[in-house]
Ligand binder design. Structure first.
Ligand code: MN
Length: 497
């Protein structure tokens, strides 16, 4: 996960020959200035590359072809400095297979009241030039984000920043391989789904492995590399002497190294495990999963490949930002009328990037799976805003559901030896949970304190899946209608695939 500023977003300006070479020179200079400003703007996580201005259908088509063929280009920002008759864009846009953002901006922030003349009007036409481009994008039913504002407006730049991170995740997803160690937890429905549809829609491919393939890698780990990793545990976490020198921790280190070697050798970016298929492993991988998530791998428990891929995508979006991103599960409720809460946790596998303080390594029995007591990191989470995200397979389409939540301080739970998060769902627990259940949202989620709902909205839009938000402003009647109307919309727009 070290791709920051290595990928490119191309800044593309549309115009036409009508205005003469002098005006076009100015258009090019202005566009280069805006592209350069965005490239240096804080928060922009990839390079913004200025591209020569486009004046003909052929040059537009060539640019779109180049973008499709470029490994580094993850999307386009389009802007019509002047009017750019949009029939010129049809051929190019019809073949473009990268996401694009339409930046409705202009070079000048203010109208120069004293000096404005017809030359100025001829040069600065985006207010109507971008409408022409907007029409053809809508006419062609193209997914895109529209951002409006002066190019130095921090709010507008923030919208672009979010979209670029979503585009980075999209680019990552279409190259993503997910490894499954074992199959699904038996009889569970929501973690199932159509992997062929998922690959067609969301890009990633899912590979199944017998647990023996992983066990083989684990058995090949040398004592010296285990010793080195144990020292790392000692410096990164709180642990008692009895834990530090236990065979259990040694075994956890061996599993971690074996898993990492397996994932690296196959170039996997996400993985799943299941406690129902651990044959040959001495303990359920807990610490290993937690640490691999912290390194950027997506994870889903009980064979949940959709959540594993989602967690990876959320990690790509949030790379370098404050806070963290983890696999999560709604575990149990606090129905106190003075403050209803959800306790989120898992058997073991919560990512330490969301930890409030230095985590502790602990070893306790697991009342499920029938294996040795596993090692795990135990911690609580920093209060603040967060999101829970679920992707489900509805048979004819994928649906993403986002619930905004507020992480709150959690009382001590001395007898609960797992990492956990306490949150208040928006708009409140009763409404939030009812809406989630009505929408079919899973018990497993991708949880993040780094990114907000807008990242997921942009991402869902790029991959073309249904997006539902359960946020602070929420109306249940509208939501129920949205569910009903979406059934019809997706049936018609996508058909049954
Ligand atoms: Mn679970």
């Amino acid at each position: 996960m070290d791709n920051l500023k290595k990928l490119e977003v191309w800044f593309v300006t549309g115009t036409q020959h009508l205005y003469g070479p002098e005006t076009l020179k100015q258009v090019a200079a202005d566009s280069a200035k805006i592209a350069g400003y965005l490239d240096k703007a804080p928060g922009i996580s990839q390079k913004i590359v200025f591209k020569p201005i486009l004046t003909t259908p052929d040059s537009i088509t060539e640019l779109c072809t180049d973008a499709n063929n470029s490994k580094n280009c993850i999307g386009l920002i389009t802007w019509m400095h002047t009017f750019s008759p949009a029939k010129m864009w049809i051929r190019g846009l019809s073949i473009l297979n990268k996401p694009f953002l339409h930046f409705h901006t202009q070079l000048n922030r203010d109208i120069p009241w004293e000096s404005i003349d017809m030359n100025f009007m001829n040069l600065n036409q985006s207010a109507h030039g971008d409408r022409e481009f907007g029409f053809i994008s809508t006419r062609m039913r193209l997914n895109r984000k529209v951002v409006v504002g002066h190019y130095k407006d921090p709010e507008a730049i923030e919208r672009i920043t979010v979209w670029i991170r979503a585009a980075s995740a999209y680019n990552d997803a279409i190259n993503m391989k997910v490894a499954r160690f074992g199959d699904n937890m038996r009889d569970v429905a929501v973690t199932e789904g159509n992997k062929v549809s998922a690959q067609m829609k969301m890009g990633y491919s899912v590979y199944g492995f017998g647990i023996g393939d992983l066990v083989k890698k684990v058995s090949e780990i040398s004592p010296s590399s285990i010793k080195k990793l144990l020292a790392e545990y000692g410096s990164e976490y709180k642990l008692t002497k009895s834990v530090a020198f236990s065979d259990t921790l040694k075994e956890a280190a061996r599993i971690e190294l074996g898993m990492e070697a397996f994932l690296e050798s196959g170039n996997f970016k996400a993985f799943t495990t299941t406690f129902e298929d651990l044959h040959g492993l001495k303990q359920l991988p807990g610490l290993a999963v937690q640490r691999l998530m912290a390194k950027g791998y997506g994870f889903g428990a009980e064979g949940d490949w959709k959540t594993a891929a989602l967690v990876r995508s959320m990690k790509v979006m949030s790379q370098g930002l404050k806070g963290g991103t983890s696999f999560m599960e709604d575990y149990t409720y606090h129905f106190d009328p003075k403050g209803m809460r959800v306790l989120g946790a898992h058997m073991l596998e919560v990512c330490p990037t969301i930890a409030r303080a230095k985590p502790a390594v602990e070893i306790h029995p697991l009342s499920i799976g029938g294996k040795e007591d596993p090692a795990r990191l135990v911690f609580k989470t920093t209060p603040g805003n967060a999101i829970n995200v679920s992707v489900i397979d509805l048979g004819n389409r994928f649906r993403m559901i986002v619930n905004e939540v507020e992480v709150v301080k959690c009382p001590d739970m001395p007898n609960l030896p797992v990492a956990s998060v306490l949150w208040k769902p928006q708009p409140d627990l009763k409404t939030g949970a009812a809406a989630w259940i009505m929408a079919g949202g899973a018990h497993h989620t991708g949880f993040s304190t780094s990114i907000n709902a807008e990242y997921l909205e942009d991402f869902a839009n790029m991959i073309g899946i249904e997006y539902l938000l359960i946020g602070e402003k929420f109306d249940f009647i509208s939501f129920k209608n949205e569910l009903r109307w979406n059934e019809l919309y997706y049936h018609i727009s996508d058909g049954i695939i």
